[in-house]
Design a protein around this ligand. Structure first.
Ligand code: AMP
Ligand code: MG
Length: 423
């Protein structure tokens, strides 16, 4: 067996970021930038009001209450046609440009409308700058707002729009092919024949790939047949940026994925010191791109047991795929947080790290703000308990954890919130 961190480093080191290319801003959400985004203009582009009220000269209010004539209305998108002279006010609405000459806005709640709107009584003394948004207060022209290694989140998409940036340099979204192997597998809803089971790994992995922000490509199911597995892996490598297969990486003679990967790729077959998901075959297959260019495609031979394939995806494939997508080293892995064991997590010595499927609840009263309890049966075939889990409790080799002990949790999803902590 090899240590977990060694297997992980082996995989991640061999997943090189995909070559960046210009991408329209609309298509860039979820992608990782390969170039800095520099503001070419200031945001806001002009001084404007943060409130509905009246634009005025602050000095005119020093003897408030004071009555001023209202000489114009300034709405968002409609700048005033002339400057504001001393002793005057203009009705102004949120987002409207501050008229030349004005240096403050009094909010409408501190005023009284007089003479059918032709005058206003200002009830308070207003300091210069009140309720103004200055040019460039959000972003200055020339400022690097974000850049290399940053993911284009919805907020960053908004920043690109604020700046009028239509295109960015980004790593493409990895296309990830998924293959399931096994003579016993049935894909559809038809009745099972003796010895058959349904293929759950392929739909699960396709969904995990999509959830992680990559493009899933269904490469189908292949039987335990060497030529068929060879053809499927080669087709996957030719058409995708990475390939995930499940099954056929254990010790048996019919574990043909590792046999094929060894033949067509540069493969390492690992027995990783973890439970579940001990076997992992990871290979690099050289394929030709559409233009005949050679491309090195990582292939993950994940274990066949349904829980193992999911855990292997979470611990190995997802970080490797995120590296292809251009994420920096510190953003490759699922978050690992401290939680309180809500019950005993007992285990025996076997030289492995155990990853225990757990229901994780956000609870400010618990150590680390999280509480973890087992989500049910821990067999690597027990997918229902995996489906209930929000995280994996990490138990290093040893006796496990007692109730109340701090444990480490790999978060798989959003933890439930303890009802008492809401509100
Ligand atoms: P293998 O790694 O091929 O020896 O498979 C290990 C276990 O996982 C066996 O019990 C298989 O029947 C099961 N298995 C393999 N592939 C799948 C799949 N795609 N869906 C559900 N179970 C699977
Ligand atoms: Mg099999």
């Amino acid at each position: 067996m090899i240590p977990f961190h060694e297997a992980l480093a082996h995989v991640v080191d061999r997943c090189a970021p995909l070559a960046p290319r210009p991408v329209p801003a609309d298509a860039a959400v979820g992608l990782v930038l390969a170039g800095d985004v520099v503001a070419t203009e200031a945001v806001p582009p002009f001084a404007n009001t943060a409130m509905d009220g009246y634009a005025l000269h602050a000095s005119d209010t020093s003897a408030a209450p004071v009555t001023l004539p209202v000489v114009a209305e300034v709405a968002a998108g409609h700048p005033a046609e002339r400057p504001l002279r001393p002793g005057e006010a203009m009705r102004i609405f949120t987002g409207a440009p501050l008229p030349d000459g004005a240096d403050a806005v009094v909010m409408v709640e501190r005023t009284e409308r007089l003479d059918g709107g032709h005058a206003v009584r200002v009830d308070v003394v207003v300091e210069p700058g009140t309720h103004l948004r200055a040019v460039g207060e959000d972003m200055q022209a020339g400022e690097v707002v974000f850049g290399v290694g940053d993911e284009v989140t919805p907020a960053r998409r908004g920043v690109l729009a604020s700046l009028g940036v239509a295109e960015v340099l980004a790593h493409p979204r990895p296309r990830v092919g998924v293959i399931s192997t096994g003579d016993e597998l049935v894909a559809g809803p038809e009745p099972l024949q003796p010895g058959q089971i349904r293929d759950s790994n392929r739909p699960t992995l396709l969904a995990l790939v999509a959830q992680a922000g990559f493009e899933p490509v269904d490469l189908g199911h292949v039987p335990d047949d060497e030529p068929a597995i060879t053809a499927a892996l080669e087709q996957g490598a030719a058409t995708c940026d990475a390939v995930l297969s499940t099954g056929g990486v254990s010790m048996g003679d019919i574990d043909l994925v590792r046999v094929v990967l060894d033949r067509i790729g540069d493969m390492r077959w690992m027995q990783v010191a973890i439970r579940p998901a001990k076997p992992l075959a990871f290979g690099l297959v050289t394929a030709r791109g559409p233009a005949g260019d050679p491309r090195v495609v990582p292939v993950f031979g994940l274990p066949g047991n349904p829980v193992s394939s999911m855990v292997s995806f979470a611990l190995f494939a997802r970080p490797g795929l995120r590296r292809l997508a251009g994420h920096p080293d510190e953003r490759l892995h699922l978050p690992r947080l401290r939680a309180e064991a809500g019950e005993p997590f007992r285990r025996g010595h076997d030289g492995k790290i155990h990853f225990v499927r757990a229901v994780v609840t956000a609870d400010p009263g618990a150590a680390g703000g999280l509480r973890a309890v087992s989500s049910g049966g821990q067999g690597s075939h027990q997918l229902a308990a995996m489906a209930r889990a929000d995280g994996l409790v990490v138990l290093p080799d040893g006796d496990g954890a007692a109730q109340g002990d701090p444990v480490e949790v790999v978060l798989l999803g959003e933890p439930a919130t303890a009802a008492a902590t809401v509100g």
